[in-house]
Design a protein around this ligand. Structure first.
Ligand code: HEC
Ligand code: HEC
Ligand code: HEC
Ligand code: HEC
Ligand code: HEC
Ligand code: HEC
Ligand code: HEC
Length: 359
């Protein structure tokens, strides 16, 4: 019934289901329970897919394992370094691919293959951090007054809308908020199981891990940056302000390196420069302030006990003050003195004939 899929129907401008994948995949209930008992959905929402950044990519440019219909279950999934047969990179004329990003990523601390063997499965692959984002999700359609202007010269509103969407998203620098970045990194770096597994693997392989590896997230949350970021401040440093280079940021977030590597923005060689982006007068003394401080006993005993003692002293003073005020009030009430808001609010004594103010 299904012909063997050979070749493609040429470059398509917007999503066309020219290989009839949606014939089956448009049904909401389509899915199954996998070997681990997890519910998997194979439903593709056509009206949503057409609004995503990948809407012009035919299904099989990514799902390249599928060579015939009906197709077999898949083993490797989608690797992000495949070549789009249907989309050219307009700047090089070659088939488009994310291969340059994937190659950079492979050399980073997180480098792994799609099908991860052994403990590499703890590291993120592209799809851990990226879904298939919508173009300008907050806009129903590209603003008409802008498209109208493009159409004056370009004649075709389809062309204008496509390029409006593609470009405006980047010009507006639509990206994750600092809070989202902290959440993204914390998904793994706050996971005790992951931390222990990596420490074991590193010990077996005789590899070094950063001093702060086990407490990266808990300590950041205790830091000044972490606290103000949590309450919505967007100017304080999030994980990527320090760990990625601000120059060529979008590539740099994919080549994170350990602080031991002199190329890392948090290495001892480059740390001053990194703090200076925001703390313009920072010098090597300032840069030595710990961005991952911890007052947990097992991480920093001195800080832990210092904070404990300050806490006890502070709380005792507070209790003493409140206690003093309470005793004073109680004593005055016993003497028949009560609170009234009158003539500047003060203590008043109630007598039989009149109230008189106590000086
Ligand atoms: C005849 C109906 C049909 C058509 C047409 C079809 N699929 Fe599927 N697809 C299925 C079924 C059924 C499954 C579930 C297979 C399973 O559970 O083993 C599935 C599963 C999948 C999966 C998940 C596979 C896995 O093992 O995780 C992907 C990806 C997929 N299809 C992509 C496509 C693409 C791309 C096309 C178009 C080239 C396409 N399908 C066309 C019926 C179809
Ligand atoms: C830009 C690449 C890309 C395009 C285009 C794309 N997909 Fe996918 N698709 C993925 C990725 C990535 C996943 C997540 C699974 C994985 O990582 O292998 C996925 C998952 C799926 C799944 C669920 C499979 C599972 O194992 O959970 C189905 C079904 C599917 N796609 C069908 C389609 C259909 C039909 C189209 C065309 C309308 C399409 N995809 C277009 C990249 C793509
Ligand atoms: C640890 C999380 C993480 C991983 C893993 C990751 N990325 Fe990213 N990626 C980001 C962040 C953060 C940005 C910056 C934009 C933002 O904040 O949303 C970004 C930006 C991008 C952009 C630019 C998007 C745009 O609209 O301008 C592309 C393309 C990209 N990543 C592709 C990839 C590919 C391909 C992989 C796999 C090799 C990958 N990413 C792996 C976090 C990640
Ligand atoms: C005054 C006429 C004019 C207006 C208005 C205009 N363009 Fe253009 N555009 C051109 C010309 C002419 C070119 C050819 C590039 C060149 O050589 O300067 C071009 C090139 C382009 C290209 C590159 C196409 C390619 O494949 O090389 C894109 C994309 C584009 N315009 C998008 C837009 C968008 C989006 C708008 C509206 C926001 C817009 N243009 C408004 C005249 C215009
Ligand atoms: C999917 C899980 C995951 C996510 C998400 C993730 N990481 Fe990692 N990260 C790891 C694993 C696993 C390692 C350990 C690699 C090793 O053993 O060398 C690691 C290593 C690191 C290292 C080097 C540690 C060392 O001591 O050598 C740094 C720095 C780092 N990650 C920062 C980040 C930042 C910043 C983010 C957010 C943008 C992030 N990670 C997101 C899993 C993750
Ligand atoms: C103000 C800058 C700054 C911020 C913000 C920051 N870090 Fe760090 N990070 C550093 C420095 C500097 C080191 C090296 C500390 C040392 O070993 O003395 C480090 C070390 C680490 C390490 C240990 C591995 C290594 O390379 O030494 C991990 C993992 C890590 N950070 C993850 C994160 C995560 C996740 C976040 C966000 C929740 C974050 N960092 C926020 C500066 C920062
Ligand atoms: C993305 C910008 C940014 C980066 C990068 C950055 N900080 Fe900050 N930092 C801030 C902001 C904003 C505050 C809030 C306090 C303020 O206004 O001074 C702050 C506060 C601090 C404080 C609290 C006390 C104070 O001086 O106000 C310390 C300590 C600190 N940063 C150290 C560092 C160190 C060390 C580095 C480099 C490893 C660094 N910061 C990198 C933005 C940044």
């Amino acid at each position: 019934m299904f012909a063997l899929l050979v070749g493609h129907a040429g470059p398509a401008l917007a999503f066309e289901d020219d290989e009839a994948c949606l014939m089956c995949h448009k049904y909401p209930k389509m899915g199954r329970i996998d070997e681990d008992g997890k519910q998997k959905s194979y439903y593709v929402m056509p009206h949503v897919f057409t609004k995503t950044v990948h809407r012009n990519v035919p299904c099989r440019d990514c799902h390249k394992e599928i060579r015939e219909l009906p197709h077999k279950p898949l083993s490797t999934g989608v690797t992000c370094d495949s070549e789009c047969h249907s989309i050219q990179n307009p700047s090089t004329g070659k088939p488009f691919s994310h291969k340059p990003i994937v190659d950079t990523f492979r050399k980073s601390v997180h480098g792994r293959e799609k099908v991860a063997t052994g403990s590499d499965a703890d590291k993120p692959y592209c799809v851990n951090c990226h879904t298939n984002p919508l173009y300008n999700a907050k806009e129903e359609k590209p603003p008409k007054h802008i498209v109208d202007r493009c159409v004056v010269c370009h004649e075709d509103s389809g062309f204008a809308e496509k390029w409006y969407n593609h470009t405006s998203r980047r010009i507006r620098e639509i990206k994750r908020s600092p809070q989202e970045i902290v959440e993204m990194c914390s998904a793994c770096h706050a996971d005790k199981g992951m931390i222990e597994r990596r420490q074991q693997v590193a010990a077996q392989e005789g590899r070094e891990l950063g001093r702060k590896f086990p407490i990266a997230v808990t300590s950041y949350e205790e830091s000044f940056h972490g606290k103000v970021t949590k309450y919505g401040n967007a100017d304080a440093a999030n994980c990527l302000n320090c760990h990625a280079d601000a120059v060529n940021y979008y590539l740099s977030v994919h080549e994170l390196l350990p602080s031991r590597d002199p190329k890392s923005p948090v290495s001892s060689q480059k740390r001053v420069e990194t703090c200076k982006q925001c703390h313009v007068r920072a010098d090597s003394n300032y840069a030595a302030l710990d961005p991952h401080p911890s007052s947990k006993k097992e991480d920093n005993a001195f800080k832990h006990y210092a904070e404990l003692i300050y806490g006890i002293v502070g709380n005792s003073v507070l209790v003493a003050l409140v206690g003093l005020a309470a005793f004073e009030t109680w004593g005055r009430m016993r003497d028949g003195v009560s609170w009234r808001f009158r003539e500047g609010s003060s203590w008043w004594r109630r007598t039989r004939r009149k109230s008189n103010r106590i000086p």
